[in-house]
Design a protein around this ligand. Structure first.
Ligand code: ADP
Ligand code: MG
Length: 736
C-alpha cells in the first residue's frame, strides 16, 4: 500500500460520492468519520432477491412441499388487531397480481400495527405455512418497507441487497435504506481495492480466504449467498486469529518472562502419603498428579486448570501438591468460594495432615484458616502466622485476596471451584520476586470452543473417572403434588440411616409473598412430616460459626435431614447423604443443578436426586418439536427451564450438561469470558464456529511458539496489526 492510498482511506467520508459536508456530519455523529469507517460499516442483513417469488409461485411451492424460506414483495391491503383474552393478535393481508396471503403476529401487535401501512409495499421473508383460514400464512416473518423508487430497483435486479442499521441521526438527515445503500456502493466500488491486506498472505492463500478487498466487496454486495458466507468467513477468521495470537502471547510470554519456582519432588513423602490414604488414587488422579508435579519441578510458573466432574476427587490431588510445596519450605494458599467450603477444607485437611505427620514422625504442617467473620483476635493471629511463615497451608475464601495479606514465601495457589478467578487475581498477589504456581480447580467442564479461546492460555489437566464403585445418581423430575410421598420416602430412608438434603432457592425480598423460604419450610416441616426425625437448617444469613456448627453436626449424623438454601451448592462433602430434594428446580441454572446433585453419590451407596417444580409451564416429558418462535418471553424461559430439567434427568455427565447449557445461554457472558480481558467478538459465534476457531488457534499458537517476541521479518505485518489494534490487550509485556 502506498502512503497515498492510506491517506485516501483515512480521509473524510465527505469525499465519497453523494455524501458531501452536510451528510458527513451526520455520519460522523454515529462514529463513521473516514472512508475506511464506511467500508467497514457492514450490513445488518441482506434481502435475498434471488429467492424472491410472486405469491402464486410461493403458494405452488408450498403445495409441492417446499419447506425453505421465501421472500415475497407485495402490497398491504388490510391490517387488523384482534384481542383474545389478554392477548392481542395482529394480522396483515398482502397481495400482488397473482394472489394474496396473510401475516400473523402473536406478539408486539401494537408495534407491528404502526409499521404496516395500507397501500404500501413490503418485502416479507420467512417460512410460509398453510393455515385453516388462509391458503398461505407467515407467522412472525421478517419484513422491510420498500420505498416507491426502490420497488423498481428490486424487481429489476437479480441481486442480494444489503440492509444497514440506520440510527435516527442518519434518518433525520434524509438517509434511508436506498440512499445509504447507494453511498456504500459508491465507496466500495471506488475505494475497497485500496485496502491493504491485514492477514499474512501465506495464510490467506493456504486457508483459501478472500483477500480483504474482495471480502469487503462481498460482505456488502454479494453475488450469491456463498460469496457472502465466504466474505464473512474471512472476517471471522481474522477476528479469531488475532485473538488467538493475543492468547498465545499471554501464555508463552507468561511462562518465559516471569520468574517461577523450581521445587524438588520428594517421592518418598508422596509415597508415604499415598500409603496413608484410606483409598487408592484413580488412574486419572495419578496422571493429573504427575502433570502437576512436573510443572512444580520446572522453573516456569504453573498455570493449570484442574478439571474433574463433581466428586472426582480433586481436593486430594491439590492437597498432595500443597504437601510438595510445604516439603520445599513454601507456603500454599487454597481459596474456596464459600465460608463453609473453606471451613470444610480446613477441617479435613488439617486433620488429615496431622494424622499423617504424626504417624510418619514427620515435621507437622501447620494449617491456618482465614475467613471473614472471624474474631479480630483470631484474625490478627492468623495474619501473623502467614507473615512469619509459620502457616504452611492457608485456607480461606476468595475474599481473602481483597485485603492485605502478606505471605512469607508463597509458592502455590489453589483456587477451588471458580473458573478464571485465580488467573486474573494472581496479579494482585504478584509482588517482586518469584511467581507462585497456580492451580484452578473446577467441576464445570469447559466446552471445546471455550477451551480453545478464553482458556487457551491455561494448561489443562482432566480427571476423567470417578472413584471406583460409584453408582449413577438416579434423577427424577416431579410435580409439587408429589411432595407428600417424597417426604414420606425421606423419613423412611432416615430410619434406615440415610441422610438427605432439602434445598430451596434463595428468596429475594420482593418474592417473599409468593415463595416460601428454607426457614419457613423448616418451621412447617419439623412440626409435621418430619416430627419424628432430626432436622437441621442452614442459610446464608447465619454467621460462619453457626454454619460450621450445623455442618459438623450434619456430618456427625446428628441430623437426618438438612434443609438449606444454595449455600451447600459447591464442594460440600457428606458421603453419608444420599438423597437431595431440590425445590422449585426450574429456578436454578444447569451447572448449579449439577453441582447441587453432586452433593450426593459420594459413596458406594445408590443416591437419588429429586427435582420438584410446581410451575405449570414446565414440560415433564419434553418433545423436541416445540417451535420456539411462537413462545412469549416467559414461555421461552420456561421452555429453557424444561430443557434444563429434562437434561438433568437424562444426563449425569457434566460435560454433556455444559454443552447443553452453552447452547441455551448462547455466546453471552459465559464462564467468565468477560473477565478474561480479551477483546469482544463481533463476527465469531463461539458456539458454532468451532472449525474456524480450531484452525486459527493452531496457526496462531504455532506462530507465537516459533517467534515469541514477534521479531522475525515474516511476522512484521502481524506485529504491526497487533500494535495498531490491540495494544490495550497486551498482558504481561509490550510489543516493541
Ligand atoms: P471434587 O472433585 O468434587 O472436589 P472431592 O475432592 O470432594 O471431589 O472428593 C469426593 C469424595 O471422594 C471425597 O469424600 C474424597 O475423600 C473421595 N475420594 C477422592 N478420591 C478418591 C478415590 N480415589 N477413591 C475413593 N474415594 C475418593
Ligand atoms: Mg471440590
Amino acid at each position: 500500500m502506498t502512503t497515498n492510498d492510506k491517506n485516501i482511506l483515512e480521509s473524510s467520508i465527505q469525499y465519497v460520492k453523494a455524501v458531501g459536508p452536510k451528510r458527513a456530519e451526520s455520519f460522523e455523529s454515529i462514529g463513521i468519520k473516514t472512508i475506511r469507517d464506511l467500508l467497514f460499516y457492514f450490513p445488518s442483513k441482506h434481502l435475498d432477491r434471488s429467492t424472491t417469488l410472486t405469491i402464486g409461485k410461493a403458494y405452488s411451492y408450498l403445495v409441492d412441499g417446499y419447506e425453505g424460506e421465501v421472500t415475497i414483495i407485495a402490497e398491504v391491503v388490510n391490517k387488523e388487531k384482534r384481542r383474545y383474552g389478554k392477548r392481542e393478535i395482529m394480522k396483515v393481508t398482502l397481495k400482488d397480481s397473482t394472489g394474496s396471503f396473510e401475516c400473523v403476529w402473536f406478539q408486539g401487535a401494537k408495534y407491528i400495527y404502526d409499521i404496516f401501512q395500507e397501500g404500501k409495499t413490503y418485502a416479507v421473508s420467512g417460512k410460509p405455512t398453510r393455515s385453516k383460514y388462509r391458503d398461505m400464512q407467515f407467522i412472525h416473518p421478517d419484513y422491510d418497507r420498500i420505498s416507491q423508487d426502490e420497488t423498481k430497483d428490486y424487481l429489476n435486479t437479480g441481486k442480494i441487497i444489503p440492509f444497514y442499521r440506520i440510527p435516527q441521526k442518519l434518518k433525520s438527515h434524509n438517509l434511508g435504506d436506498f440512499s445509504l445503500r447507494k453511498i456504500v456502493h459508491n465507496a466500495v466500488s471506488k475505494y475497497a481495492d485500496l485496502l491493504p491486506e491485514t492477514l499474512p498472505e501465506n495464510i490467506v492463500r493456504e486457508k483459501d480466504l478472500l483477500k480483504i478487498n474482495e471480502a469487503v466487496k462481498n460482505v456488502h454486495f454479494p453475488l450469491d449467498k456463498e460469496s457472502y458466507n465466504k466474505a464473512l468467513k474471512r472476517f471471522k477468521f481474522e477476528e479469531i486469529f488475532y485473538l488467538e495470537l493475543l492468547i498465545a502471547l499471554r501464555k508463552y510470554r507468561y511462562k518465559s518472562t516471569l520468574p517461577g519456582i523450581a521445587m524438588k519432588i520428594n517421592n518418598n513423602v508422596i509415597k508415604k502419603f499415598l500409603e496413608f490414604l484410606p483409598f487408592k488414587l484413580t488412574q486419572s488422579q495419578r496422571k493429573v498428579l504427575r502433570e502437576i508435579a512436573l510443572d512444580m519441578k520446572t522453573p516456569q510458573p504453573m498455570n493449570r486448570l484442574l478439571q474433574g466432574d463433581v466428586g472426582s476427587g480433586k481436593t486430594i490431588v491439590s492437597l498432595i501438591a500443597m504437601i510438595i510445596a510445604a516439603d520445599n519450605g513454601y507456603q500454599s494458599v487454597m481459596m474456596a468460594p464459600t465460608e463453609i467450603l473453606a471451613d470444610q477444607h480446613y477441617k479435613n485437611i488439617s486433620k488429615m495432615l496431622n494424622d499423617f505427620t504424626n504417624k510418619n514422625k514427620l515435621e507437622p504442617i501447620h494449617v491456618s484458616l482465614l475467613i471473614g467473620g472471624q474474631s479480630k483476635k483470631d484474625r490478627t493471629k492468623v495474619l501473623k502466622e502467614i507473615e512469619t511463615g509459620e502457616a504452611k497451608i492457608i485456607i480461606g475464601t476468595h475474599a481473602l485476596f481483597e485485603e492485605k495479606v502478606s505471605f512469607n514465601n508463597l509458592g502455590l495457589m489453589i483456587v477451588d471451584e471458580q473458573h478464571r478467578f485465580g488467573v486474573e487475581q494472581r496479579g494482585k498477589l504478584l509482588k517482586k520476586g518469584k511467581v507462585p504456581d497456580v492451580i484452578v480447580m473446577s467441576a464445570t467442564p469447559i466446552p471445546r470452543t471455550l477451551s480453545m479461546t478464553v482458556y487457551a492460555d491455561l494448561d489443562i489437566s482432566v480427571i476423567k473417572e470417578l472413584p471406583k464403585g460409584r453408582k449413577k445418581i438416579k434423577t427424577v423430575l416431579r410435580n409439587g403434588s408429589k411432595l407428600l410421598d417424597i417426604y414420606k420416602y425421606i423419613v423412611d430412608k432416615a430410619k434406615e440411616g440415610i441422610q438427605s438434603f432439602i434445598v430451596y432457592p434463595l428468596v429475594e425480598d420482593s418474592e417473599k409473598l409468593e415463595l416460601k423460604s428454607a426457614e419457613t419450610y423448616y418451621n412447617n416441616l419439623t412440626n409435621t412430616f418430619f416430627k419424628n426425625i432430626k432436622v437441621g437448617l442452614l442459610h446464608g444469613r447465619m454467621s460462619w460459626q453457626e454454619k460450621e456448627d450445623v455442618m459438623l453436626q450434619y456430618k456427625a449424623h446428628k441430623f437426618d435431614v438438612l434443609i438449606s438454601t444454595t449455600v451447600i451448592e459447591v464442594g460440600i462433602d457428606i458421603p453419608n447423604a444420599n438423597i437431595i430434594l431440590i425445590n422449585d428446580a426450574h429456578r436454578f441454572g444447569l451447572s448449579q443443578l449439577h453441582q447441587l446433585r453432586g452433593r450426593v453419590g459420594r459413596s458406594e451407596k445408590q443416591a437419588y436426586c429429586i427435582l420438584v417444580t410446581d410451575n405449570k409451564n414446565i414440560k415433564f416429558n419434553l418433545k423436541e418439536d416445540i417451535r420456539i418462535e411462537y413462545l412469549s418471553a416467559t414461555q421461552l424461559n420456561m421452555y429453557k427451564s424444561s430443557i434444563r430439567l429434562n437434561s438433568m434427568v437424562k444426563y449425569s455427565d457434566g460435560f454433556k450438561l455444559a454443552e447443553v447449557d452453552l447452547k441455551l445461554r448462547g455466546p453471552g457472558d459465559i464462564f467468565g469470558t468477560k473477565q478474561s480481558g480479551l477483546p469482544d467478538l463481533v463476527f465469531i459465534d463461539i458456539v458454532n464456529d468451532t472449525d474456524i476457531i480450531e484452525d486459527a488457534k493452531g496457526i496462531a499458537f504455532r506462530l507465537i511458539k516459533d517467534d515469541i517476541k514477534l521479531e522475525k521479518e515474516k511476522n512484521n505485518l502481524i506485529r504491526q496489526q497487533l500494535k495498531n489494534n490491540y495494544s490495550s490487550h497486551f498482558f504481561y509485556s509490550k510489543i516493541a
